[in-house]
Ligand binder design. Structure first.
Ligand code: PEP
Length: 249
């Protein structure tokens, strides 16, 4: 039985005032909530873990460096993320792959660092619109999976997020058939590489313009175990219905 996970990526949004959203979210949770992981900017990590203490909401970072310490101005290490009380870290988000030129090898090294600090890595993969139009989606997804996942993947240390780049922040969402095709492909690839026990235990999240209005049908797809949500995770009133849809799926 895989956990259901509703993860929110706040990106570069939110100052201390945004912590009230965590309180609002915590007070409006459904019975039997799924795992909820909110990933605020790194400036808020310590305060976010304080603010959610005693609630089911977990906190994650949006990135970490592969090294534990050193002369890496502006970066934070996995150890620092864990020190904040966070439990997860997003790795290989398409915005980092694009704007920061992160490669699959970088993501793999960061995942090893994350595990070393006791964090769960939420590893993002996804094709561009041009790659989809060229019929390359499954090749791209397969290559990203192969390159980004270390061999030592275990059931509890990794979550995969399939995020088609063209669906992120655009309001465009793949068809249910397209989501199912990619998630089934990822599941099969994971089983092939890591064996049935681990391959079947790894949660697969869909990400890209998830909202309350489309959450129910996306969560009904086999092999969709939850969502990684950007824009609709910023406000509790937008994220709570997504959490509820997942709890009821
Ligand atoms: C994301 O950036 O991970 C994301 C899925 O964004 P949005 O939900 O806004 O499309």
């Amino acid at each position: 039985m895989r956990p259901k996970i509703a993860a929110g990526n706040w990106k570069m949004n939110g100052t201390a005032a945004a912590l009230t959203e965590l309180h609002s979210l915590a007070t409006g949770l459904p019975d039997n909530p799924p795992q909820i992981v909110i990933c605020p900017p790194s400036t808020l990590l310590f305060r976010a873990t304080d603010a959610t203490h005693g609630s089911p909401i977990q906190i994650g970072a949006q990135d970490c460096h592969a090294e534990e310490a050193g002369a890496y101005t502006g970066d934070i290490s996995a150890t620092m993320v864990a020190d904040s009380g966070a439990s997860h870290v997003i790795l290989g988000h398409s915005e980092r792959r694009d704007a920061h030129r992160e490669t699959d090898a970088d993501v793999q090294a960061k995942a090893i660092a994350a595990w070393g600090a006791g964090l769960t890595a939420i590893i993002c993969i996804g094709e561009s619109e041009a790659e989809r139009d060229a019929g390359q989606t499954l090749d791209i997804i397969g290559a990203q999976l192969d390159g980004s996942l270390p061999d030592a993947v275990e059931a509890g240390n990794t979550v995969i997020a399939y995020e088609p780049i063209w669906a992120i922040g655009t309001g465009k969402v793949p068809s249910i058939a397209q989501i199912k095709e990619v998630h089934d492909f990822i599941r099969a690839r994971l089983i092939d590489r890591f064996g049935a026990e681990i391959g079947n235990a790894l949660p697969l999240l869909y990400g890209g313009s998830v909202k309350a209005a489309n959450a129910v049908e996306i969560f009904a797809v086999e092999n969709v175990d939850g969502a990684l949500v950007g824009g609709a995770s910023l406000k509790a009133e937008d994220f709570a219905p997504i959490v509820t849809a997942l709890a009821q799926s």
